[in-house]
Design a protein around this ligand. Sequence first.
Ligand SMILES: *Cc1c(COP(=O)(O)O)cnc(C)c1O
Length: 377
Amino acid sequence: MAQMSEPSAWCLIDRDRISRNLELALGLLPQGVRFCAVLKADAYGHGIAQVVPLLREQGVPCIGITSNAEARAVRAAGFTGTMIRLRAATPQEIKGALKDGVEEQVGSLATARQLRAIHGAAKTISGLHLALNADGMSRDGLEIATKAGQQECLQILDEIGQRIVGVCTHFPANDPEPLQESAALFTQQVSWVCDNSQLERSALLSHAGSTLTLLSGVPVGTDMYRCGAILYGFLKPELGFLPTMELQARVVQVGDYPAGSSVGYDRDSRLEADRRLACISIGYAGGYGRIAQDRGAVLIRDQLAPVLGKVSMNTIVADVSDIAAAQIGDVATVFGGSGPQAIGPDRATAQFGTILPDLFSDWGMRNPRIYRDHKGC
Ligand SMILES: *Cc1c(COP(=O)(O)O)cnc(C)c1O
């Protein structure tokens, strides 16, 4: 680090852990079921350019993205396999993604018509995926539980039926019971689509199921799971999955402040005794959310230092009175670290009041990323 251009805060990313998590995930797949690695939000903040080569090493056949920039980055990293956009797209996006061979979702007649027009004029066209709402995301899948929805589905199939290579849905809940219900409904709806069109079930890829679905162990009968989170070790440490990102900053000042001093904006916090405080080079602009006020802590020299007062834009203040050796230049770990006080998923989600994919994608996109392999698994 010392020789680098010294960012205020940075994400340390363990490539070998991503590879290991992927290997574990592939090992959980039911026999014959395919894997689509979801790389939206720049690979959940980890950087598409760095993650794609790891996926290629293990022969991942399919990648899911949302934006055209992500699609470009996936191709630029040398991936030649199937790439599916995991949301509805505007005509401009669809046109812009033709050259990268993005397979689009279709969940409405309007999109089907746009796709037909665009594909009619295009030299290269890719397969399409019929997106169904089985059962209950109500985001961009077509609801065919109603007569009107079935009608629309038939019209979509009329427009672009011969281009459909897949049928998909996204399960909203992954507890065993709702999952079984969703899976049964999806299977039934895929059959309905095939019964009412020229499409052959055996020629179609059905895909649904995400990280939580795969980890649930409940069989859902689809041909492919689309998983993102599983690569980054948010869940199931007992199965060997390990977090792939650490967030760090530095102590930039240590000072002694007397009892009664207020700390930070609006004097929200007051010292009850003389304390030694450290200023740390990360604030909300680096993803240390203001919500962590009064419940945050950072790790300095393997010890937790409580964060005091309101979070500033580029700094926080931590109480290092009990960390005698704390000094300017020390690393302050926001997430990760070693030793019994390491800040893991549970503490981070409690501090920041949100889920780890939210934190990782935020941290990874706000801060420079430093990649390493040495950590071992
Ligand atoms: C994000 C997403 C996934 C992957 O979800 P994880 O929980 O990260 O595995 C799969 N499918 C769709 C449609 C998604 O938007």
